[in-house]
Ligand binder design. Structure first.
Ligand code: NAD
Ligand code: DGY
Length: 322
């Protein structure tokens, strides 16, 4: 009997893939960094039983209609905005993602980014390395306090709650906005529900952790930045498209807000000539929210386990539904 065929769109460590090779015929794209060619991906989708994809692979109608035998697409991310879920369901293809295993790691990064932006850590590090540090000065690299300030979390899901937990450790006042109220989080974390407008007006740190959907796309725009405090810092570790980057740039230049910590961008990788990167008050990271070795390996394992379960005609651990 021929083994089921799994195609993985990036090169993953052998130690992760080897245990599955006895049961499956596994092929990987030969680069860890370079995305798979679209033509190759379409061709593979036409013959694979399972695909393991990453967030930059567009799993759209064209791809999902190729696979006569495609049964499952396991996305190496909790976000699934790169996948047309409805078409997958229509075509009987199971979609899985990687929730939970990355929650704490992404919350760590989100809070680090908030701190790095508020306390100007990257700018200060460059200052020392360039040899610009000549004297101690009363306001040298003075930033903004974090402790006892107000954090506003938009998208109080798994990661949002984990960020709120960290914020409580810094004696912060926690506000949140979510699609629905979360009474348990209010009790557990002392978080206070606010409308979106109230939250952006009152928070010192506005943190976006909502998924990218038609509803959230561009939700942080010109008028929203204008409502924020001029001392506010915007942190985005969800998806770049949730904020309008031109409006964010203008808001920073015109002093509507004080800074931005960004792990995600409208176009990734962001061009080094992008206006946002010319601003000292912006800390920019290359989409590394979940990037600890332990967590990335846990995400890879979860993808492979999900694929195995579906191919064995069992329920996957983390199925995505519309
Ligand atoms: N930067 C990174 O590397 C990284 C890592 C992991 C996750 N993420 C992003 O973070 C997102 C959140 O992950 P999660 O595991 O916490 O997901 P989750 O589903 O547990 O939480 C998302 C929350 O957002 C809420 N929400 C949805 N639409 C909303 C809206 N219009 N307004 C307000 N709230 C809304 C949901 O009700 C939910 O509570 C992912 O979708 C992904 O885009 C990024
Ligand atoms: O959605 C996700 O999981 C991230 O963007 C990558 O870990």
């Amino acid at each position: 009997m021929t083994k089921p065929y799994i195609f993985i769109t990036r090169s993953l460590p052998e130690e992760i893939v080897t245990p599955f090779q006895e049961k499956f015929n596994v092929k990987m794209w030969d680069s860890e960094e370079q995305p798979v060619d679209r033509e190759v991906l379409l061709e593979e989708a036409g013959k694979a039983d399972a695909l393991i994809t990453v967030l930059s692979d567009q799993v759209d109608e064209e791809l999902l209609s190729r696979g006569r035998q495609l049964k499952v697409v396991a996305n190496l991310a909790v976000g699934f905005d790169n996948i047309d879920i409805k078409t997958a369901e229509k075509n009987g293809i199971t979609i899985t993602n990687t929730p939970d295993v990355l929650t704490e790691t992404t919350a760590d990064l989100t809070f680090s980014l908030l701190m790095a932006t508020a306390r100007r850590l990257i700018e200060a590090n460059e200052y020392v390395r360039k040899g610009d540090w000549e004297n101690w000065a009363p306001l040298l690299m003075a930033g903004h306090d974090i402790h006892h300030k107000t954090i506003g979390i938009v998208g109080m899901g798994r990661i949002g709650e984990a960020v709120a937990h960290r914020a409580r450790g810094f004696h912060m006042n926690v506000l949140y906005h979510n699609r629905s109220r979360k009474k348990e989080a209010e009790e557990k974390l002392g978080a206070v529900y606010k409308s979106f407008d109230e939250l952006v007006t009152q928070a010192d740190f506005v943190v976006c952790l909502a998924p990218l959907t038609p509803e959230t796309k561009g939700m942080f725009h010109k008028e929203v930045f204008k409502k924020m405090k001029s001392s506010a810092i915007f942190v985005n570790t969800s998806r770049g498209d949730n904020a309008n980057e031109d409006d964010l740039y203008q808001a920073l230049v015109e002093g509507d807000i004080a800074g931005a910590g960004l792990d995600v961008f409208e176009n990734e990788p962001i061009s080094k000539d992008h206006p946002l990167l010319s601003l000292q008050q912006v800390v920019a990271l290359p989409h590394i929210g979940s990037a600890s070795v332990e967590t990335r390996k846990a995400m890879m394992n979860l993808c492979l386990e999900n694929v195995q379960l579906v191919l064995d005609e069992q329920e996957p651990k983390t199925k995505v539904t519309s």
